[in-house]
Write a protein that binds this ligand. Sequence first.
Ligand code: GDP
Length: 392
Amino acid sequence: MKLAMIGFGQAGGKILDKFLEYDKRHDSGIVRAAVAVNTAKADLMGLEHVPQENRVLIGQSRVKGHGVGADNELGAEIAEEDIDEVQGAIDSIPVHEVDAFLVIAGLGGGTGSGGSPVIAKHLKRIYTEPVYGLGVLPGSDEGGIYTLNAARSFQTFVREVDNLLVFDNDAWRKSGESMQGGYDEINEEIVTRFGILFGAGEVDEGRDVAESVVDSSEIINTLAGGGVSTVGYASEGVDNERNSSGLLSRFTGDDDPVEDSASTTNRITSLVRKAALGRLTLPCEIEGSERALLVTAGPPHYLNRKGIERGRKWLEEQTGSMEVRGGDYPVRDSQQVASVVLLSGVNNVPRIKELQEVAIEAQDNIDDIREESEENLQDLVEDDDDELEPLF
Ligand code: GDP
């Protein structure tokens, strides 16, 4: 599936950069166009793979290239005001070659948190292609203002996109690491999951086991209907040795791989379970998910229809959904079999409820402190018996 990706803010830009790196490394052909937007010049300069002409600095007259300092209302205002500059970069995208837009942002900050729903709304108004969001929730240790920003942006972003794919930094936090090193690893996890998912719809049919290959329309249909989505992933290394002619060196004869099909099926079904029951990009109860898509990626001879079918049935039972799609993503040179499970329209997400509670608490706190602060300042500045007069 070919995407036009727009990375908003620092996290959005860095994840976009990682997607481009992933695309080059795997030749997966998912990033048809990449635009990074920011109010902070330094963040844009730090990107490695986004073409210079596709880096858009907005809000220069307001914040002079220094960012909005976690003020997402200002982030949203600036995005509205400078939408033409963003559109200017999007104009260079051959949209007829794109299956969908993906707007990427960290929801806890200012620029991405405020700007991403604005650009999503704008894109939906102008184009007929679906507009998806990839929203990153902050870690719970980041503090009240980040949680409040994320909770408000989440509400708005879900409303403005055709589907919001969510990644929760909190569930992926690694202790004892520097923030930067930690984010680098987390971003790698993000692009691996979404790279396989979107790459699955980009396989040249007829090249490999064509009949059960995932088509981009299956990804679009799973995401259609809106709401919030989460992704699970599991993989296992396999011995995919080839001889110089590109054929399997361990073939026993009539194109039969050494492994029997029962082992192949079992590996796939077990990977599907691990993917769905393991750590999701947004942890949630999978029961009640409205739609699901199962992708099994790996060397063609390690994929089979029976494995996918069993995995699909199991997912139907677990989610209670009748709309579970599934298919292969053949990757000839891969040394692993991986299962990616997209759960779309999830409803039972305790993490979101918790985020909202903390956000409301933070909002009340901020209001209280603001009110008190005015009183306190007055107490300090004014003399007790009001004997002094200010100059003017
Ligand atoms: P902005 O530039 O104003 O949009 O704000 P940032 O993108 O710097 O930060 C917003 C939130 O995104 C932070 O609170 C973090 O939770 C998260 N974040 C920042 N950088 C990264 C990153 O590289 N990867 C991930 N996964 N999250 C990040």
